[in-house]
Design a binder for this molecule. Structure first.
Ligand code: SAH
Length: 300
């Protein structure tokens, strides 16, 4: 999960703030306004009811006030937390297309299948609902357990670097929210994804199934070791910053397969590396400076 695309940082501008997209990425404004109005009216009625309680005896008045206030609070919470409507979904889909045009196609994402997948996967379903208005800004966002979901441009770039055609089996290390796995699942036959934090692995699996991503298998475990039982893979993608390229991943890559991984460099960020396995060896090239959360290396 990238915190920042360093190429943008180098250009001295924030990568993710085209005002237009941000505004359009707030499609649920009308919904939120309507809900806020409903909550406002509810609280007003609550005040009137509480005032009405004054006609009762003192202890009954207090009980009445408490029950009216807690009931209203409950209803307010339900109204504010209720799922997005079809109208919201349509607006989010428009914001998603705009994200594809402005942040991916306008830059160096040229693989038509990757652009298509990025336009299809509902990123807002992989983050907390309160962050949905920001789902299609080109920026990393927080997920549970102090981790982040990568910015869309980096997800698209790394996916493009795998050079996928359709029949592949791909391994992802660092499931996080499951978003990158969903993008891959749109493009290949099977996706295997490993997450070291069991809570995240569980919630990603629970998120992917209802969205129809049945070709994704999630496992809780240490991705440094790869997934030998499912190897070999046509492609391997690591979505956390590694201190080096783990040997088990090279071994589990098919001949001709691609490995995409951010690897630490001494100055505090990582270099995004694309590797290709040729005659048992990984031939690498540097693609871009990036910044990811670290790949956790359990003590052995
Ligand atoms: N690809 C994710 C974002 C990844 S964030 C998405 O689309 O949302 C990086 C993830 O790597 C975090 O969830 C972190 O817990 C996980 N991680 C870190 N070290 C790991 C390891 N050794 N094995 C597997 N997962 C690891």
């Amino acid at each position: 999960m990238t915190l920042l695309d360093m190429r943008d940082a180098g250009a001295g501008r924030h990568p993710s703030r085209p005002a237009l997209v941000f505004r359009d990425a707030r499609p649920s404004d009308s919904m939120l306004e309507a809900r806020a109005r409903a909550v406002g009216q509810l609280l007003l009625r609550c005040r009137q009811r509480v005032a009405g309680c004054g006609r009762l005896g003192r202890s009954r008045t207090l009980g009445c006030q408490l029950s009216v206030v807690s009931f209203s609070f409950f209803i307010a919470c339900v109204l504010l937390a209720s799922p997005a409507t079809a109208q919201d979904e349509a607006a989010l889909a428009r914001a998603r297309q705009q994200m594809v045009e402005q942040h991916l196609r306008a830059r160096d994402i040229t693989d038509a299948r990757v652009l298509w997948a990025m336009g299809k996967v509902p990123r807002h379903r992989f983050i907390h609902p309160a962050l949905a208005p920001e789902a299609y800004a080109d920026r990393a966002l927080p997920i549970d357990e102090g981790q982040t979901i990568s910015q869309p441009y980096i997800v698209a770039l790394m996916t493009q670097l795998l050079e996928l055609r359709g029949p592949e089996r791909v391994l992802e290390v660092g499931t996080g929210s499951g978003y990158q796995a969903a993008v891959l699942a749109e493009l290949v036959k099977e996706v295997f994804t490993i997450e070291i934090l069991p809570g995240l692995a569980r919630s990603a699996a629970a998120r992917l199934a209802p969205l129809g991503y049945w070709n994704v298998e999630v496992r809780a475990g240490d991705g440094y070791q790869g997934w030998p039982e499912k190897a070999p893979f046509d492609g391997i993608i690591v979505t956390a910053g590694a201190s080096h390229i783990p040997q088990p991943l090279i071994e589990q890559l098919k001949e001709g397969g691609r490995l995409v991984i951010p690897v630490d460099v001494p100055v505090g960020y990582q270099e995004l590396i694309q590797g290709r396995k040729e005659r048992g060896k990984l031939i690498t090239r540097r693609v871009a400076p990036v910044r990811f959360v670290p790949l956790i290396e359990p003590k052995r």
